[in-house]
Design a protein around this ligand. Structure first.
Ligand code: FMN
Length: 315
């Protein structure tokens, strides 16, 4: 699949981005049926065999949608390419066996991962928060760079999106996927206007019926504004954005010492289960719709914005 073919299969040029302990098959399938690229982190399953089972389930459900005359978008799996992720090799084998069309890599570049995915015809997107990392990933031949900018949920960067997209474009011809507080279809259109090919939306999709987040987590997002988000390395060792209220409920304020090492085993799972992450985009999240309703709304807002601004809405 080429990047152009991928874009042509989306109704909205957006990704429902992979979120630890939040994204599962229901969210992925409904996003794809809504014309948005759905995604989940492999680590959301406790074992590689569990990932295999989720992939089979997602494919069966998307195939059923196709038989019913729908044209669902492709989906993606996120692999954490970090030394502490002991499952990466087995997870990659499973992803390759299923020929997952898009693989999103985080926290490290491994040429063999890129080769494997591109070898079966898939695309690799890699997320970056700094130009130095973007250059390294571009040199390694990834198909898309995810520019994770200031205010994004999860492990966010600090760069301004206008500056970061332009800087990446100065040396990179592949897809640019913009992340950070993108909450509605107007924002998706804005991302396109400023030079990105796709929008990457996390926080907005936490507050959907299909997300695996605790109902109290969704409610906290509805009540929060941008000032209620704290950027801190205290929870996982790498700076990330968390809900101030959730930190407080755990007796924290974000000023404590971070763990010395990153650990994508049990510790990280406990940390993210107890302390809830979200980005500045909480300010624009005011309801908990079904993923189908959210995707339909995104499509209408995106098409409306494109028409007003005079550009073609098709991805
Ligand atoms: C709760 C939560 C968990 C996340 N987990 C992951 C993850 O496991 N892998 C990953 O690549 N990104 C992860 N992210 C980052 C998102 O994929 C995405 O970059 C970010 O949410 C985009 O910014 P936004 O939340 O402002 O839309 C996570 C984000 C949140 C909010």
């Amino acid at each position: 699949m080429t990047p152009a073919e991928l874009l042509s299969r989306l109704t909205v040029p957006a990704v429902a981005s992979p979120m630890f302990l939040v994204s599962g098959p229901d969210l992925v399938v409904e996003a794809c049926r809504g014309g948005v690229l759905g995604a989940f982190p492999a680590l959301n399953q406790r074992t590689s065999e569990g990932v295999d089972a989720w992939l089979s389930e997602i494919e069966e459900r998307l195939e059923a949608a196709r038989r019913a005359g729908e044209a669902p978008a492709p989906y993606a799996v996120n692999l954490i390419v970090h030394g502490s992720n002991q499952r990466i090799d087995r997870d990659l084998e499973i992803v390759a066996a299923h020929k997952v069309l898009v693989v999103i890599t985080s926290l490290g570049i491994r040429p063999d991962v890129i080769e494997t995915v591109q070898g079966y015809g898939g695309l690799v997107f890699h997320d970056v928060i700094q130009t130095r990392h973007a250059r390294k990933a571009a040199a390694a031949g990834v198909d898309g760079l995810i520019a994770v900018c200031a205010g994004a949920g999860g492990h966010a960067g600090l760069l301004n999106p206008f500056a970061f997209v332009d800087e990446i474009r100065s040396f990179y011809e592949g897809l640019i996927i913009l992340a950070g507080a993108i909450s509605d279809g107007r924002h998706v259109a804005a991302a396109r206007l400023m030079g990105a090919d796709l929008a990457y939306m996390g926080t907005r999709f936490i507050a959907t019926e299909e997300s695996l987040a605790d109902p109290a987590y969704k409610q906290m997002i509805l009540e929060a504004g941008a000032a209620d988000i704290v950027y801190t390395p205290e929870i996982s060792g790498v700076a990330a954005n968390f809900l101030k209220e959730s930190l407080a409920r755990n007796g924290l304020d974000g000023s404590g010492a971070p763990p010395e090492t990153l650990d994508f085993g049990e510790r990280e799972a406990k940390a993210w289960r107890d302390v809830w992450s979200a980005g500045h985009g909480v300010a624009g999240v005011r309801d908990v719709p079904t993923t189908a309703a959210l995707c339909a709304r995104l499509a209408a807002e995106y098409a409306g914005a494109a028409e007003r601004l005079g550009f073609r809405a098709a991805a």
